[in-house]
Design a binder for this molecule. Structure first.
Ligand code: ZN
Length: 274
């Protein structure tokens, strides 16, 4: 599942690869999939996009948005996004294929669930999208110590750090994947309550959110996810399905995996404190 670092990397790669190219053909909703959300009728996407020039791409949290004149193409959650040049064979299964004027194509498809939307600028009133656009990115200066402190209140005191950081779109794009290393680097347990953090602890967590996400983005995303070329990212996760059962790189305690709040948590009982 792509999260903030991978969305930022995809947006950069799309800008480098297809910006300025014209969309020649569009195939939407080609492969039936019950868990793909479209904005409006996907059969209208051809009219919205054909002949338009791709002008830019941005990421908002874990979402990637391509601009093509006044049209927007939004990929969210579990979308796989790839670019194939004219010599390469695109996959047969997809929910959006854009053939460009240089013969290459941009293809999006969903494995488990995800959203693929095309709409005119300003028309998408989906709350999830609007919140992702509105809240400051942890990679930006607007995500400051004061802003992070403002996320803590009476209502969040009882939440575990997993729930605090990775639910309710409190920090869009910070999901259950990147969460694990953020908490490992902060030496805090995923079940630790947000209300127990001192001002100094909050600062440690703030730094870990920023530094961990910056490092993941700078290294091309996590190795558990793939980029626009289908290559794994260069950031090697410290806590993920790849390291469970292995000794912690710091203290040697074996990394544990547990089901918690509708997903797995990974942690080192030696380093991460309640
Ligand atoms: Zn450890």
């Amino acid at each position: 599942m792509i999260e903030l670092p991978e969305a930022a990397v995809l947006a950069k790669q799309i800008n480098e690869t297809v910006a300025g190219k014209k969309i020649k053909d569009v195939v939407a909703a080609h492969s039936p999939h019950k868990l793909v959300w479209y904005f409006g009728d996907p059969q209208g996407y051809t009219d919205l996009l054909t002949g338009k020039i791709i002008t830019g791409t941005a990421s908002y949290g874990g979402q990637v948005e391509i601009s093509a004149s006044k049209a927007r193409i939004l990929f969210s959650d579990g979308v796989n996004l790839r670019h194939y040049d004219k010599t390469e064979q695109a996959p047969d299964k997809h929910q959006l294929l854009l053939r460009l004027d240089d013969g290459s194509c941009l293809v999006g498809w969903v494995q488990m669930y995800g959203g693929i939307s095309t709409f005119l600028e300003g028309a998408n009133d989906n709350k999830y999208y609007l919140i992702a656009r509105e809240r400051p990115s942890p990679l930006s200066g607007a995500f400051s110590v004061a802003y992070f402190a403002s996320l803590f209140d009476a209502g969040t005191a009882k939440l575990s750090l997993k729930a605090f950081l990775a639910t309710e779109q409190r920090i869009p794009g910070l999901g259950n994947g990147v969460l694990q290393d953020i908490l490992f680097n902060a030496k805090m347990h995923p079940k630790k309550k947000a209300g127990t953090l001192s001002t100094a602890d909050r600062r440690v967590l703030f730094d870990s959110v920023k530094n961990t996400l910056s490092e993941m983005t700078a290294k091309g995303g996590r190795e558990t996810e793939k980029d626009l070329r289908g290559e794994p990212g260069g950031y090697i996760t410290r806590l993920s399905r790849n390291t469970v059962g292995h000794p912690c790189s710091i203290c040697g305690t074996f990394i544990k995996k547990e089901a918690y709040l509708g997903g797995s948590i990974y942690y080192c009982a030696g380093c991460q404190r309640m």
